[in-house]
Design a protein around this ligand. Structure first.
Ligand code: PLP
Length: 445
């Protein structure tokens, strides 16, 4: 098999004259928290990015198929986004919302225009964890109820409340953080208890009702779910799941929260928001990551009625929606539309899915191929019947792919799912390279 070649690209990276990767690693070890982990046994140092490509300090080019953990939505250093941020950086960086500024207002208007139903009121914060924390507060303040239902296999953040909603032992510390949070079954079509059942969507949703009946007073503040579970290994819910779950939650007085931190902004291809493919309209939507193409920007969008509850007290966020990130966020919305990135995600995503299915015919280690648009997962198992996770083999593929110039992610509780979530400007030529690299890596196992 020939060594796969990256598609041609005419960008020449700038010469790098900073500290070496070894020096940077030594500085990290001495001065940064040991909790800050890096990918790869020999970590990669990335100093420049353009479109869907990254460059290391020696000028080597890599194909970026994980986008800064699903964050660089429209491509690294997209000129329209850079120009919007540069213009604003030179003029005024920060004042907070105690003064008027056009950027936050115009950006909120543009974001609201992307939302269905009555979802029209935005609150900007800095991270997905913060957005989910605020959504929990809104749900509790609005309903007067305390209990919240989240899903097993979920990831919603690393702060105390995000950790409470998250349901993966790997991300949870042994401290009290989960009061009032209950986890229902993960609606996982591959590993879940109703795998293969045509009525799985309704049956998993019935578990939400069961949690409400058995674990709460019967009245709940709300329910939160990622539209596709991301960190959990790209779990796409069975049809009808959210529709039935939302019915149970609303009947118990709760509001429904969609965490679109990974699935939003056209990435799933068929729809702008992930929840739309389940035919539901949530009461609160949280967003981060791809919203800002790398800016520390996140949002909670809800109805005017729910938004009103935060006005009962003073609520403030110093950086939320500052002039620079608002300019950047608005530019991201414009690029997604102008460049047809949602349609591109669908086309290239379907092309990749077909390619992964072909690889699965050849490599029995591939247990499952799944996802929508450019939010894809390839699960590796030691045996297709027992589905024992092929954790070590996944690590090997991960390392070999990097050596061949391909950067991907991994996820799932057992770390055996290859996560493919590139910038949405990914091309079919990039997909061909990715498929060739994976083919070669899997053949070498
Ligand atoms: C679905 C989802 N929600 C929330 C978060 C937390 O976002 P942040 O890391 O910006 O706090 C993440 C992060 O990976 C996520 O994937």
């Amino acid at each position: 098999m020939n060594t796969p070649q990256l598609p041609p690209f005419d960008h020449i990276p700038q010469p790098y004259s900073g500290p070496s990767a070894e020096e940077v690693l030594a500085l990290r070890k001495e001065f940064l928290s040991p909790a800050i982990f890096h990918y790869y046994q020999r970590p990669v140092m990335i100093v420049e990015g353009k479109g869907q490509y990254l460059f290391d300090e020696k000028g080597r080019r890599y194909l970026d198929a994980i986008a800064g953990i699903v964050t660089v939505s429209v491509g690294h250093c997209h000129p329209h986004v850079v120009a919007a941020a540069d213009r604003q950086n030179a003029l005024l960086q920060h004042t907070t919302t105690i003064y008027l500024h056009p950027n936050i207002a115009e950006y909120a208007q543009a974001l609201a225009a992307k939302m269905p139903g009555d979802l029209k009121v935005c609150y900007f914060v800095n991270s997905g964890s913060e957005a989910n924390d605020l959504a929990m507060l809104m749900a509790r303040a609005f309903t007067g109820n305390y209990d919240l239902i989240a899903l097993r296999n979920a990831y919603h953040g690393g702060n105390a409340s995000g950790m409470a909603l998250t349901a993966h032992s790997t991300w949870k510390f042994n401290v009290p953080h989960s009061f009032g949070v209950h986890h229902a079954l993960a609606p996982d079509p591959y590993r879940g208890v109703y795998a293969g059942d045509p009525d799985a969507g309704k049956k998993y949703a019935d578990d939400v009702k069961s949690v409400i009946d058995y674990a709460t007073s019967g009245r709940v503040a709300g329910f939160i779910a990622e539209s596709i579970q991301g960190v959990g290994g790209t779990i796409v819910f069975p049809d009808g799941y959210l529709h039935h779950a939302y019915e149970h939650v609303r009947a118990a007085g709760g509001v429904c929260i969609a965490d679109e931190v990974q699935a939003g902004f056209g990435r799933t291809g068929t729809h702008y928001w992930g929840f739309e493919s389940q035919g539901v309209i949530p009461d609160i939507v949280t967003m981060a990551k791809g919203i800002g193409n790398g800016a520390p920007l996140a949002a909670v969008v809800t109805t005017a009625k729910i938004a009103q509850v935060l006005a009962q007290r003073i609520h403030f966020n110093t950086f939320g929606g500052n002039p620079v990130v608002s300019a950047q966020g608005k530019a991201v919305l414009e690029v997604i539309d102008r460049e047809g990135l949602q349609a591109n995600s669908l086309r290239v995503g379907n092309y990749l899915l077909a390619g992964f299915r072909k690889l699965a015919e050849k490599h029995p280690i591939i247990g499952d191929v799944r996802g929508k648009g450019l939010m894809l997962g390839v699960e590796l198992v030691k045996d297709r019947t027992t589905k024992v996770p092929a954790r070590e083999e996944t690590m090997q593929v991960f390392e070999m792919a990097r050596d061949l110039g391909l950067l991907i992610g991994k996820g799932g509780l057992h770390g055996n799912v290859l996560r493919i979530k590139p910038p949405m400007c990914f091309t079919e030529a990039d997909a061909d390279f990715l498929l060739e690299v994976l083919d070669l890596c899997l053949a070498k196992l």
